[in-house]
Design a protein around this ligand. Structure first.
Ligand code: ACO
Length: 322
């Protein structure tokens, strides 16, 4: 059987920093409220498109893997905030990179998008259908925010992360995964009018609203990711103690802490960067993975565990042999 090793990685974080203190100048909130409830101190705001963020992260991942763009067989772009729906956003990345031999598609599983996309890319490589696939998580969520709505405006940020997945003979890359969705809870995290369900001639003022039940999301996130992690560890016959580093979706520090506690994992085995970037949806996991690698926190042959949840409510986990 082929394995699907991760051979390159890269990230792109827009330089414009919006701190909690900056937000206090435009809404009634405080650094104390935001930080104590979410773990967030600042987030990045992009002035360029989702595909540009994705392309910049992708270029770094390709350079890291030592590949030229025309060697890619596929590009999967996980995003819930594509610059265009038709054509897909991945085609803009293909064009910008010059990846003329790559089949391309967008994948929307909201914040779980990267875990889904890595799973799909791994399957494509394992079956031999493709040999080199670029997997990107990129989001520009701040374009959807209503800055007058303090309950959601403080939570999100922009960014992109990418990895290159290549066929390989030794056990490496994603070796176990579990994906799922609680479709009955679609309404608890939902952006109305952001699609063709909208009433065609409705007078929409240009701002989208998040339908958002934070406490219900919290409970379901912990349950969904917890079950997915249990399934993944059982598939690979790995105990929680054998996991060297957890790289979870960065939506809320309290969710991450609750998850770590359930796994009996000390916090120094958990990668956390939510303080600097907020929730960048499908981009949190590849950005956090990239930073963990840059910080020397990933040793050869180590076990990495990632888990995420997002609108849908989608959830998933993946075990990666580095
Ligand atoms: N600043 C100050 N006060 C605020 C703010 C703010 N930015 N936002 C809300 N409040 C107020 C509310 O108005 C409310 O006031 P009230 O009691 O007078 O009505 C009070 O703070 C408490 O609000 P809650 O929504 O109950 O706050 P909670 O403790 O649940 O925290 C949070 C909200 C952080 C969103 C939490 O529910 C949570 O972590 N949810 C799960 C994670 C999540 O949903 N992340 C978002 C991304 S979703 C994803 O990644 C897929």
């Amino acid at each position: 059987m082929n394995y699907a090793n991760i051979t390159g990685w890269g990230k792109c974080l827009p330089p414009a920093v919006l701190s909690n203190d900056d937000l206090c100048t435009i809404m009634e909130t405080s650094d104390e409220w935001i930080h104590s409830r979410t773990g967030i101190k600042s987030r990045r705001v992009s002035h360029v498109s989702t595909s540009t963020l994705a392309t910049l992260a992708a270029r770094r991942a390709l350079a890291c893997a030592g590949l030229d763009a025309d060697q890619l067989d596929g590009i999967i772009l996980a995003t819930a905030t594509p610059g265009t729906l038709v054509p897909n956003c991945a085609s803009a990345v293909q064009q910008a990179l010059g990846a003329r031999n790559a089949a391309v598609f967008d994948l929307n599983a909201a914040c779980t998008g990267f875990v889904y996309a890595l799973s799909v890319a791994t399957a494509l490589v394992q079956t031999g259908m493709m040999k080199k696939v670029l997997v990107i998580g990129a989001e520009r969520l701040t374009t959807l925010l209503d800055w007058a709505k303090r309950d959601t405006a403080v939570l999100f940020g922009d960014g992109a992360g990418a990895v290159v997945v290549e066929a390989c003979a030794q056990q490496s890359g994603l070796v176990a995964n579990k994906l799922g969705c609680d479709g009955e809870a679609r309404e608890i995290l939902h952006i109305p009018n952001f699609g063709t369900d909208r009433i065609r001639f409705a007078d929409i003022d240009g701002l989208f609203t998040f339908n958002f039940e934070g406490q219900e999301i919290f409970k379901r996130a912990v349950r969904g990711m917890g079950e997915a992690i249990g399934a993944v560890l059982a598939q690979a016959n790995i105990s929680p103690e054998q996991v060297d580093l957890m790289v979870p979706h960065q939506a809320n520090i309290r969710i991450i802490e609750t998850l770590a506690k359930r796994m009996n994992a000390p916090m120094d085995k958990v990668m956390i960067n939510i303080e600097n970037y907020g929730n960048t949806s499908a981009a949190t996991v590849p950005i956090a993975l990239c930073e963990a690698l840059e910080q020397g926190r990933v040793a050869p042959n180590s076990w990495l565990l990632t888990a995420a949840f997002g609108a849908g409510l989608t959830w998933g986990a993946a075990l990666i042999k580095w």
